[in-house]
Ligand binder design. Structure first.
Ligand code: HEM
Length: 225
């Protein structure tokens, strides 16, 4: 927690520089996958291949960006795992969702680093990225060679058709959740600065994540102070 002589507002550190770089690598690769994936998914969006240097280049790049997303998401997963474990207050938060939506947070219990909505984003994207990785490997020439060498079998045409269906369904759900995630980050004023500058205002922390704030204050102020 920091205060400055010239600026008395309290600021609370929420993310390190590395955590923010990790998050934005995930976000950028996700957006690139969304654009290249849409181009490969439906002819109407084929024009998007121009962004990636044409159809063949898009087909070549898409799986590699998928690998980049999976690796960077794993970093985010390991970093934020502990703060996203479910607790009793998550059920109360969900049960009182109408107070969340109407901005009456005084009716909610004190929230830790993440609320139940944020935890939902975390766990659902973990499942969806995993599904897209596994099914994507089954749809990729290099991926098939990898499966053959590692597990000693090649998926059948039928299995690859199921993989294609699952891959597209998971992508549609993941994009929907991303839209909710971005909307929430903009809607709850002061949240974007957490991921842009790494710090939030004391007021933001007190209003939305009071249990987390209390813990941060306890951690940084020694009993002697
Ligand atoms: C593309 C635009 C994106 C924007 C504007 C954005 C914005 C943000 C912001 C502002 C936070 C901080 C929230 C807080 O500390 O309370 C955050 C956290 C987070 N973001 Fe994003 N994000 C984007 C994309 C993504 C993507 C693509 C993923 C994963 C697939 C993702 C996963 C996460 C996770 C896991 C957290 C930590 C909170 C949690 O565990 O739920 N974000 N994001």
């Amino acid at each position: 927690m920091t205060t400055h002589d010239t600026d008395a507002r309290v600021r609370v550190r929420r993310y390190s520089g590395l955590a923010r770089i990790n998050h934005w690598v995930v976000a950028i690769s996700f957006v690139l996958l969304m654009l290249s994936g849409a181009a490969l998914f439906y002819p109407t969006f084929f024009g998007l291949t121009a962004l990636f240097g044409g159809g063949q280049m898009t087909r070549w790049l898409h799986p590699w960006i998928g690998v980049a997303l999976s690796v960077s998401f794993l970093g985010l997963f390991l970093r934020f795992f502990w703060a996203n474990l479910p607790e009793f207050t998550d059920f109360v938060w969900v049960a009182r969702i109408r107070h969340v939506l109407s901005g009456h947070e005084e009716y909610l219990p004190e929230i830790g680093k993440y609320n139940a909505g944020q935890k939902f984003v975390f766990w659902s994207q973990f499942v969806l990225v995993s599904v897209m990785l596994v099914t994507g490997i089954g749809l990729w020439d290099q991926g098939l060679a990898f499966i053959d060498q590692t597990f000693g079998f090649v998926p059948t045409i039928d299995q690859r058709r199921w993989a294609a269906l699952l891959h597209a369904c998971a992508a549609i759900v993941a994009v929907t959740i991303l839209i909710i995630h971005v909307y929430a980050a903009i809607w709850v004023r002061g949240t974007m600065s957490a991921m842009l500058s790494g710090v939030v205002s004391g007021g933001w922390a007190w209003r939305h994540h009071r249990k987390w704030l209390r813990k941060e204050v306890g951690r940084r102020i020694s009993p002697a102070e």
